[in-house]
Design a binder for this molecule. Structure first.
Ligand code: GLP
Length: 259
């Protein structure tokens, strides 16, 4: 696991975006696994800035999103699909035929999960999986529990996760769905490379558990320790709980001079 330490959250987003953009430059038909969440907003903004200087950069990528709420369709403003359309797919010019998404309105949710797994399989798995981190250590919507599921599945969301997502619903917790569909841990860990971005004090404990704690389904992100190619990109606040050993081994990103 490589830890990249940045001064501010915007630097973390920029570093992650620059790495993804470079990988796409090297391999234009990259298969990207993508997250939603507040942390990813500046990440997508930086990707859009990169596209402004190179309009064809993301034309051939294929994308798979990690998760979606049950009961919401793309037209619902709180859906992850709406989040991605607005902040990623449209700004980056990614054609809808290359976008893969879980359908929260599917009549048969089990069949929908299987369809998604088949699509990931047909694409040959993801090349780079970008992740955010829940304050409780979840990734995607793989919530802390006694056991994790390997493949795409239906999840009951924990109260803290619904609370963390309430901003998508105008702050009204009652509007946040109680269930979601999520890629499983096995599907996530199948990615050839993983980039996790975590910023702010709210992520401090989860980051420490992810990097230094035991591998446990109580902290789903701790399973990333098993993957051979993981970069964890942090701002100083998220990294504040890490021990000297982790900090010593980390790569520090210099502050960008103001432009
Ligand atoms: C959400 C999403 C995750 C996301 C995480 C962090 O609930 N399901 O995929 O990475 O929680 O969100 P945020 O960046 O808003 O803290």
């Amino acid at each position: 696991m490589t830890i990249t330490l940045c001064s501010h959250d915007t630097d973390a987003a920029r570093v992650a975006a620059e790495r993804v953009a470079l990988e796409v430059h090297t391999r234009p038909a990259l298969v990207l696994g993508l997250p939603t969440g507040r942390t990813s907003v500046p990440f997508y903004r930086h990707l859009a800035l990169i596209r402004a200087t190179d309009p064809c950069r993301f034309e051939r990528v294929a994308t798979f999103n990690l998760d979606e709420f049950v009961g919401l369709g793309p037209a619902h403003p709180g859906s992850y699909r709406a989040f991605m359309d607005e902040r990623c797919f449209r700004p980056l010019g990614i054609g809808m035929s290359r976008v893969h998404f879980l359908d929260g309105l599917a009549a048969d949710l089990q069949a929908e999960c299987e369809r998604y797994e088949d699509e990931v399989e047909r694409a040959g798995g993801t090349d780079i999986q970008v992740l955010g981190l829940g304050t409780n250590g979840h990734i995607g919507f793989n919530e802390p529990s006694d056991a994790l599921r390997a493949r795409t599945h239906r999840v009951t969301l924990r109260p803290e996760t619904r609370q963390a997502n309430a901003w998508l619903f105008g702050g009204d917790l009652r509007q946040v769905p109680r269930e979601a569909l999520s890629m499983g841990m096995g599907t996530i860990l199948r990615a050839r490379a993983i980039i996790l971005i975590a910023t702010s004090t709210a992520k401090r404990e989860a980051v420490t558990a992810l990097v230094e704690g035991p591998i446990t389904p109580r902290v789903p992100a701790s399973f990333l320790q098993l993957h051979a190619d993981v970069e964890v990109i942090l701002d100083e606040r998220a990294a504040a709980g890490l021990g000297q050993r982790s900090l010593h081994a980390s790569r520090r990103v210099p502050v960008e001079p103001p432009t």
